[in-house]
Design a protein around this ligand. Structure first.
Ligand SMILES: *Cc1c(COP(=O)(O)O)cnc(C)c1O
Length: 375
């Protein structure tokens, strides 16, 4: 059997850059500034420049970024925050930790993004913020969400953990996702678009006063050493991870372009398979393909997954349950039809910068073989 194909190959990514990365890492070890070394500030500046945003504030991970964003905006006990029911758990978790109330709404049927029409219906006098989760590498209807937020005086926090480098055109202007709302949050977890070798995260913000507040919250509510103005958290990006990210950021574009090529191969090769609904790039979006996620139209999803596994190909179900179907969150009773249907039908295939075109073709052949045999 040929070599197995994983969802993502982190060792291959390390080996690709090994000598340069090791040099950067050793430099940090030798310098001895493991916390708040110069690489941290350098990375914040470099990322801000790339994203064309005024301020980037690094932190410990993407989940912390979301929590810090809510804290910096003063969201807490009894405040309602609107989120999609189809998302990673981090977003609902931090809302609950702060004593706020998650209000889950459905996603639109085609692109896995929060349904803009469902948001307005969910707004109450207690609503304080909307958190669109830019799932799988593209984003929701940001222009409409911003208009709605303005009309109802709500904050918009973008969960951009899966979409760093993605762009969207809103009112004729092209912007990076995560720089459009009041605050953008992202993660540098090893599988994300821009990844370090451990945990890391950041917030993006165009308002200098708010950015200052974010820095204060992330740093024990501290304005200067031993002056604590508000309750904060301790959430930092290590110098080591910042050095790695500084090195890797210039390669982000290349990595996105490679994934865009692979996604197009998947789309061409699989378009004849009638049981599969392929993921598409939304109009006005620059998709970064954090995931390539199929919707299987009949009940064959789990069989297909097994067939791929038997042939050495990994695939994943992102996500198997709506957030409100998770035991921890069953108190928040809602029903989201698209979300539940999508949880039962999605299957994500391998897509990453070190994946070869031939490997994508062989995955497509396995899928076609599987459906030919069932026809
Ligand atoms: C990964 C992820 C997070 C959390 O990031 P961590 O760095 O793992 O804390 C939050 N939201 C989404 C959508 C994610 O994919």
């Amino acid at each position: 059997m040929s070599k197995s194909i994983k969802m993502i190959d982190l060792q291959a990514e390390y080996q690709h850059f090994q000598p340069q990365l090791e040099k950067k890492i050793i430099n940090v070890l030798a310098e001895g500034k493991y916390i708040k070394g110069k690489e941290v500030q350098e990375f914040e500046n470099q990322l801000a420049e790339y994203l064309k945003v005024k301020q980037v504030i690094s932190c410990g991970n993407g989940t912390d970024a979301l929590q810090i964003a809510l804290m910096a905006l003063g969201i807490g006990i009894g405040d309602e925050v609107i989120i999609p029911a189809f998302a990673y758990v981090a977003v609902i978790e931090v809302i609950c930790l702060l004593g706020a109330i998650p209000v889950m709404v459905d996603i639109e049927p085609d692109h896995f993004q929060i349904d803009f029409n469902a948001i307005e219906k969910a707004i109450t006098p207690k609503t304080k913020a909307i958190i669109p989760v830019h799932l799988f590498g593209q984003c929701g209807a940001m222009a409409e969400i911003l208009t709605l937020a303005k009309k109802h005086h709500l904050f918009v926090i973008e969960d951009n953990a899966q979409a760093l480098g993605s762009k969207v055109k809103t009112s004729q202007k092209e912007m990076f996702t995560g720089t459009i709302g009041d605050i953008g949050c992202t993660s540098f977890f090893p599988t994300k678009n821009l990844a370090c070798f451990g945990d890391g995260g950041a917030l993006m913000c165009n308002d200098e006063t708010l950015a200052q507040k974010i820095r204060m919250v992330a740093n024990h509510g501290q304005v200067q050493k031993y002056e604590h103005e508000c309750v904060g958290v301790n959430s930092r990006l290590d110098t080591l991870q910042a050095a790695i990210l500084n090195f890797k950021l210039p390669y982000l574009e290349e990595s996105i372009n490679k994934k865009r090529i692979l996604a197009e191969i998947y789309r061409q090769e699989l378009k004849s398979v009638s049981k599969i609904k392929l993921p598409e790039e939304k109009r006005d979006n620059w998709h970064t393909w954090h995931q390539f996620t199929l919707q299987i139209k009949d009940n064959s999803r789990d069989h297909l997954k097994k067939h791929l596994a038997q042939n050495g190909v990994d695939s994943m179900i992102y996500y198997p349950k709506a957030l409100y179907q998770q035991k921890a969150y069953t108190d928040f009773k809602v029903f989201c039809q698209n979300t539940e249907r999508i949880c039962d039908s999605v299957l994500s295939l391998p897509i990453h910068v070190r994946l070869e075109k031939e490997e994508v073709l062989s995955i497509c052949n396995l899928i076609k073989e599987f459906y030919d045999a069932r026809a």
